[in-house]
Write a protein that binds this ligand. Structure first.
Ligand SMILES: [Zn+2]
Length: 317
């Protein structure tokens, strides 16, 4: 055989579901499946669910332990990749949990862990739109705002993997309260949660707004304001403010890192050009040195929900 492929297990551990896949060294997902996380049953039950998922994937793919290089796990929280320990995961209720050792013992395979946003950054850098770049910033706009950094072609996580918290740079001193305890963090303005909050506030302020066509405040999602962008003044204000605040964060991060590319992931990035174009204009205008360059390109993620799983697998490549 000339093309001997290597196989990896990639796991995307989420608050609700554990997604897993068998990945080859070209970043192709050969087989995938998911099981409920059941974090309310405790950390050991979650580990047991990951083990069951891994074993069932190996069985379906007809791969034995000796044919796999190892397992990579993306974790929603601070994951000390060197120690293999989840330092803190609010979503799962975990503190200092040595997940890698437990999984490795149960599966008989090497296990590596990483924060989920870093996993997405690694996945996009290796197999997605960050391919070929040396300095990549990934910002995920979801329930929270996550960050991942590839510097000089390597994942940068900071001391004990507690860095790259791009969602918790302050863009407005004394601003909106953040989940981290500070005020005015990027996450408090640029997460889908913040967008929903601001859309609801705009509706409450403006009883005549067309946004009320959706029925009630409970029907507001992270898409609502964008859906009414061209039809309603209040919606337009919400979107413009959202982009302005996200833009402030992006320019700051670009000035600090000066990457070649900034990848936006998460649900909000589905707005595509309506989001990217004004952000790119603001970045080009405000970045240090202006048009002297080098320019920083903003793009939307390419791998979608697979970025985390592929990045987790890539930990062992
Ligand atoms: Zn914060």
């Amino acid at each position: 055989m000339t093309n001997i492929r290597k196989y990896y297990l990639g796991i995307d551990l989420g608050g609700t579901f554990i997604k897993g896949g068998i990945v080859d060294d070209a970043g192709k997902i050969l087989l995938r499946d998911k099981v409920p996380t059941e974090s309310e049953m405790g950390a050991d039950a979650v580990v047991a669910n990951i083990v069951t998922l891994c074993k069932s994937l190996m069985e379906k793919a007809d791969l034995s332990v000796s044919e796999l290089v190892g397992v990579g796990v993306g974790v929603p929280g601070t994951a000390d990749s060197e120690r293999g320990e989840v330092t803190y995961a609010n979503n799962l209720g975990w503190k200092n949990f040595p997940i890698a050792d437990q999984l490795s013992e149960d599966l008989g395979l090497p296990v590596k862990i990483v924060n989920d946003a870093s996993a997405a950054a690694l996945g996009e850098s290796k197999f997605g739109c960050g391919k070929g770049y040396r300095h990549v910033v990934m910002i995920t706009l979801g329930t929270g705002v996550g960050g991942g950094l590839m510097l000089d072609g390597k994942l940068f996580e900071g001391n004990r993997s507690a860095g790259a918290e791009l969602g918790h740079v302050v863009v407005m001193a004394g601003g909106e309260p953040c989940t981290c305890g500070r005020r005015g963090c990027l996450e408090a303005y640029a997460s889908a949660t913040a967008l929903i909050r601001d859309t609801k506030r705009a509706m409450e302020r403006d009883p005549e707004s067309k946004l009320w066509e959706i029925g009630s405040l409970d029907a507001v999602t992270g898409k609502t304001a964008f859906d009414y962008l061209d039809k309603d003044e209040s919606a337009r204000e919400v979107v413009e403010r959202y982009i302005e605040m996200l833009g402030v964060g992006i320019v700051d991060i670009a000035n600090l890192i000066r990457p070649e590319i900034i990848i936006l992931g998460g649900g909000v990035c589905h707005e595509g050009d309506r989001l990217i174009r004004p952000l790119q204009e603001m970045l080009d205008r405000e970045i240090h040195g202006g048009d002297i360059g080098p320019a920083v390109k903003i793009v939307t993620a390419e791998l979608g929900n697979d970025a985390g799983l592929l990045g987790a697998a890539a930990l062992l490549m």
